[in-house]
Design a protein around this ligand. Structure first.
Ligand code: NAP
Ligand code: ZN
Length: 348
């Protein structure tokens, strides 16, 4: 299928502009999805601006995709035309390595096929993401959206939701646990809602004083503004777990001091490198870890958890023509809490 409307960055310094791409006709195990909404993740901005290096242009970003199945390959067993489905950060993987067999496809030893800024399994066909009207995906890499959920508020779960759910579950956020979420953006606001739904006592650590009321409304029990350095000492050894979602450079050592003995801070934000003092870990036998999205099985589990607990993203829906403006606002932490593109604006 040629001439599928999309928005692309042609180079790292460029604004995104209208572009057309080709999508493959569904093969035996593929589904063709009519994209209704796509969230804007800060990772889209990092990659469209080549902040991580190695970006592939032209780039059609977008890995928080929801839509309807409009066509299926003749051997598809999991999906029917009309199903509401999601696609997250990857669209394929080798399926044979230990990670894939364990359902942790994001750690595929051959490298997952990321939804955009990567290649299909042939290693040469570029992948294009959700800032477009249609996408063809193998049926095993598609997620089921539980009935009754408003699709525009589900889109951000496909990346922001799973990226926070996975470490919160792995490190056991639960009643009686003091959990801190650093950064109240797209990931952070999902982290607050999910940790709260898991029963934890949640504190937001933010550099934006004006987010206090919103944080409490999202389910946080406490809110600390980090601009005043004295808060780090005042809240020393307070938390059982810290989830750091911040996209910009900041001092990990200060936050580590807020962990109790034997407790863990998990990084999910990916800013430029920051120095780490051994003492920050050694003194209270603390742990520092990282986490990357989640596998297909866990992503489905997260969607079902969110449906059961009424957890949805707080979104600002925009037409695609406002995407460049939205990027600038995300960088200024001026979004409550995820921009979602209404793809109807690209179909007109
Ligand atoms: P976002 O919506 O822009 O949120 C980031 C938040 O970080 C902001 O809302 C802000 O919160 C805080 N922040 C921003 N600049 C700051 C600064 N200069 N100093 C201190 N805090 C600052 O971004 P996002 O979409 O949630 O993504 C966050 C990060 O996670 C990005 O680096 C993204 O690439 C990464 N990511 C990782 C994964 C993974 O699998 N590990 C998946 C998706 C995204 P406050 O205003 O509350 O301080
Ligand atoms: Zn993302």
């Amino acid at each position: 299928m040629k001439n599928i409307p999309a928005y692309a960055a042609m180079a790292a310094k460029d604004q995104l502009k209208p572009y057309t791409i080709e999508r493959r006709e569904p093969r035996a195990h593929d589904v063709l999805i009519d994209i209704l909404y796509c969230g804007i993740c800060h990772s889209d901005i990092h990659q469209a601006r080549d902040e991580w290096g190695g970006s592939i242009f032209p780039m059609v970003p977008g890995h928080e995709i929801v839509g309807k199945v409009v066509k299926i390959g003749d051997q598809v067993v999991k999906w029917n035309v009309g199903d509401s489905v999601g696609v997250g950060c990857f669209v394929d993987s080798c399926r044979e390595c230990e990670a894939c067999r364990d359902g942790e496809e994001q750690f595929c030893e051959e490298g997952m096929s990321v939804t955009y800024n990567g290649y299909e399994r042939d290693g040469k066909t570029p992948t294009y993401g959700g800032y477009s009207t249609r996408i063809t995906v193998n049926e095993d890499y598609v997620l089921r959206i539980p009935p009754g959920m408003p699709l525009e508020r589900v889109a951000p779960l496909l990346c922001a939701g799973i990226t926070t759910y996975s470490p919160l579950k792995r490190f056991g956020a639960k009643a009686g646990h003091n959990v801190a979420i650093v950064g109240l953006g797209g990931l952070g606001h999902m982290g607050v809602k999910i940790a709260h739904a898991m029963g934890a006592t949640v504190t937001v650590l933010s550099h934006s004083a004006n987010k206090r009321d919103a944080a409490l409304a999202l389910g946080a029990d406490d809110f600390i503004v980090t601009n005043d350095g004295s808060v780090f000492e005042k809240n020393g050894k307070r938390f059982d777990f810290i989830l750091d979602t911040v996209s910009a450079k900041h001092d990990y050592n200060a936050y580590l001091g807020m962990l109790k003995r034997d407790s863990t801070m998990v990084l999910v934000g990916i800013p430029e490198p920051v120095p780490l003092a051994a003492g920050s870990l050694v003194m209270q036998r603390r742990h520092l870890a990282g986490s990357l999205i989640g596998g297909i099985r866990e992503t489905q589990e997260m969607l079902d958890f969110c449906a059961a607990h009424g957890v949805l993203s707080d979104v600002e829906v925009i037409p695609i023509q406002k995407v460049n403006e939205a990027y600038e606002r995300v960088i200024k932490s001026d979004v409550r809490y995820r921009f979602v593109i209404d793809m109807a604006s690209l179909k007109q």
